[in-house]
Design a protein around this ligand. Structure first.
Ligand code: HEC
Length: 184
């Protein structure tokens, strides 16, 4: 009796596995970047990100001091590495072509900022990137100190001292002139 049950369960599991394999092979699971993600996909991505952050994001304070000099460094690092996806001080009204077409959408941080997030959470996202989105991991190309400097800038982006605000206003999200898509 028990043996039959085990065999039946094994059989059901095998059919489910073949079904899942055939579904992936059939091309019915979308691989395109110009559609909205499904609810299941969104739920899995959000839940796993939150859980990972709870486990891994550093809890302490930002080791970089809140000075004009460090904030200016943050603006410069942001202009070099992030503005192309996360935008300039203009926020949502001026997205770069890369930001427009990316899946998942990169938030334009001047409009949808992360000032409310703890520095450690922002540090973790910049250092490790976010899986299955276009958010790259910068742990390979920037020092931890530079990543904390970016986290400091993002934390205070909406209330910068005047001299830093001036530099921030000058950041461009797309430095080259590009040819607009036009009809055939
Ligand atoms: C190639 C595009 C791209 C670049 C370059 C990029 N990001 Fe991102 N970033 C994304 C995308 C896409 C997301 C959204 C991920 C998601 O939906 O969870 C994201 C998410 C984030 C978030 C989380 C936002 C939130 O609301 O929780 C932060 C913070 C962030 N990026 C910071 C940065 C910083 C700082 C840099 C530069 C060092 C940077 N990103 C460079 C694409 C990019």
């Amino acid at each position: 009796m028990l043996k039959n049950m085990v065999l039946l369960l094994g059989f059901i599991f095998l059919i489910a596995l073949i079904g899942a394999y055939s579904l992936v092979q059939s091309g019915l699971i979308p691989a395109n970047a110009d559609a909205k993600p499904g609810r299941l996909e969104t739920w899995i991505a959000h839940t796993s990100l939150k859980a990972t952050l709870r486990r891994e994001a550093p809890k302490g304070q930002n080791p970089v001091a809140f000075t004009d000099h460090d904030l200016q460094d943050g603006v410069r690092l942001y202009a070099q590495n992030c503005a192309v996806c996360h935008g300039s001080a203009k926020g949502n009204i001026s997205e770069s072509p890369i930001a427009k077409g990316l899946y998942q959408k990169p938030p334009q941080l001047a409009t949808h900022g992360v000032e409310d997030d703890p520095d450690g959470v922002t540090f973790w996202k910049i250092k490790h990137g976010i899986r299955m989105t276009g958010m790259p991991s910068f742990g390979i190309s920037l020092y931890d100190q530079q990543i904390w400097t970016l986290a400091l800038f993002l934390k205070h982006m909406d209330k910068l001292p005047p001299s830093v605000q001036k530099s921030w206003q000058q950041v461009q999200n797309w430095p080259v002139i590009y040819v607009q898509k036009h009809g055939p």
